[in-house]
Write a protein that binds this ligand. Structure first.
Ligand code: BES
Ligand code: MN
Ligand code: ZN
Length: 514
């Protein structure tokens, strides 16, 4: 069950087979079967049946208080005579039992399976879930594809061979009578698998360093992916960008020997006004002439995380066949210092015609986004959402557990908030008040590109807003704190997260309903 053109587009290990396994639970045929157990709960139902056949170890450990069911806790019971390995995973408190708990359970399961060099794993859906069954099944499939991902492309053959291979097969089992629901549940598995595979692909783009993932490289991968998944693709280089007046993108790229690219992808799942997705694609951000300190600068290879999320979401939207017109826009460049680089105090003009005083060349993301947002506005979108690793201030404010959401549209805010909760990619709203816009007043031009550190995510949001045409429902997501995981989480290995792919698809799945 693989996506179209997978060989050409999904690097080894982005995807895997995931199936819905019908009962009986004692006969699933995978090497390990995983069950979730709530805090303080004894094995019941399918878990009890599996445990009883395996000799009752799990029940005894629970009774002895050695397995407490705390979120993320695991107990591995090795295979017996003709029985598979049994993996118990703690689900935590009853009240928290949502689709997200299943995503975590599945992520822990597949990572454990890989770690133990197993070829196949099944997750038994726990009972007592507070979200609809289909949503939980989709989350299980997502966790089973996301949880054991790793980026090994740049390691030598010898090192790669020593790594445990990713399990080949994964499955979701729903206990009880599912007759009449099997088609819907199987579709949920396929959808979850597709979205997660697209997210892994996006993670791979983010993980690649700046010398590999240049703007040209991103555009080439986007085009290959578009061909494989049936998306329309256009890629603009410097000449076309000059013709179209992309003064922001061209200004930032002047410091770099790499050419800029503007990637335009289109999914035509319906006619009419499009949803427009915009992603910041800075493949390396050294700060330009306003050079960043060298300590930690290497982290700035992730500065195309918004662009990667948009490309991943476009791939998933195509594979799911979402019934809407969706356009993805990714302005891409490096931000480096050189003799030809943009300088502090330079005044530039882009697609919108608004003059911008560049007081800090390190506030480059908003310069390239200003062109993309002005261009996107011309498509008269039903809604436009941009994603960008835009400000260090957003990391200070929200840390690593929520993206900053800025919008004047309460309806769109509510939709994205819901999508964030459902997908496990949470957002938290920050204001775009007029006072923050005033901080961006320039003495010489229409607006300046930085007002310093105070409220920097918000002043950045106000800057972007200037370039969105009146009447376009628009939201900005600052993913500076969420695009990279400093430590592993249940379905998130350390490193690139691909954040935004699940969030955007969950939002579009509902918003796109005709
Ligand atoms: N890509 C950075 C944002 C960033 C910084 C993300 C640190 C994660 C960690 C962005 O281009 C940037 O440099 N922003 C500046 C803006 C400032 C000059 C107004 C920042 O946040 O320091
Ligand atoms: Mn910067
Ligand atoms: Zn940047």
């Amino acid at each position: 069950m693989t996506g179209p053109g997978q060989a050409a587009t999904a690097g080894p290990g982005d995807d895997r087979e995931v199936t819905l396994l019908p009962g009986p639970v004692l006969d699933l045929g995978t090497e390990v079967v995983a069950v979730g157990l709530g805090q303080g709960a004894a094995p019941a139902g399918a878990a009890e049946a599996l445990d009883r056949r395996a000799g009752g170890v799990l029940g005894r450990w629970v009774a002895a208080g050695r397995f407490r069911g705390e979120a993320g806790e695991t107990l591995f019971v090795p295979a017996g005579n003709g029985t598979p390995h049994l993996l118990a995973v703690g689900l935590g408190k009853e009240a928290d039992r949502r689709a997200e708990s299943v995503r975590r359970l599945a992520g822990v399961t597949i990572r454990e399976a890989r770690h133990r060099r197993l070829e196949s794993a099944a997750v038994v859906l726990p009972g007592g879930l507070h979200d609809p069954l289909e949503e939980c099944v989709r989350a299980a499939a997502e966790g089973l594809v996301l949880g054991d991902w790793s980026f090994d492309e740049l390691r030598g053959a010898e090192r790669r061979e020593k790594l445990p291979p990713r399990p080949e097969r994964a499955a979701v089992h729903v206990p009880g009578d599912t007759s009449g629901k099997v088609d819907d549940l199987a579709r949920a598995v396929r959808e979850g698998r597709a979205v997660a595979a697209a997210q892994n692909w996006a993670r791979g783009l983010v993980a690649r360093p700046g010398n590999v993932a240049t703007p040209t490289f991103l555009a080439t991968r986007a085009r290959e992916m578009a061909d494989a998944y049936g998306l329309q693709a256009d890629v603009w280089g410097p000449d076309k960008l000059r013709e179209e007046g992309f003064g922001g993108l061209l200004a930032v790229s002047r410091g770099s020997a790499e050419q800029p690219r503007f990637i335009i992808l289109q999914h035509r799942g319906a006619e009419g006004a499009p949803f427009v997705l915009v992603g910041k694609g800075v493949t390396f951000d050294a700060g330009g002439i306003s050079l960043k300190p060298s300590s930690g600068m290497e982290d700035m290879k992730f500065d195309m995380g918004g662009g990667a999320a948009v490309l991943g979401a476009m791939r998933a939207a195509a594979e799911l066949g979402l019934p809407a017109r969706i356009v993805g826009l990714v302005p891409s460049t490096e931000n480096l210092p050189s003799g030809s680089a943009l300088k502090p105090a330079d005044v530039i003009r882009g697609v919108s015609g608004i003059s911008i005083e560049v007081v800090n060349t390190d506030a480059e993301g908003r310069l390239i986004l200003s062109d993309a947002l002005a261009y996107g506005s011309r498509l008269e979108p039903r809604a436009m959402v941009d994603l960008a690793t835009l400000t260090g201030g957003c990391v200070v404010a929200l840390g690593y557990h929520a993206s900053g959401l800025m919008t004047d549209d309460d309806g769109l805010a509510a939709e994205l908030d819901e999508a964030g909760r459902r997908s496990g990619e949470r957002v938290w709203r920050l204001p775009l008040w007029e006072e923050y816009r005033k901080q961006m007043d320039s003495d010489i031009a229409d607006i300046k590109n930085s007002a310093g550190r105070d409220a920097s995510p918000l002043t950045a949001g106000c800057f972007l807003k200037e370039f969105v045409a009146d009447g376009v429902p628009w939201a900005h997501l600052d993913i500076a704190g969420t695009a990279w995981a400093k430590e592993a989480r249940p379905y998130q290995p350390e490193g690139a997260t691909g954040v935004g792919v699940r969030l955007l698809i969950d939002w579009l799945r509902r918003a796109a309903r005709p």
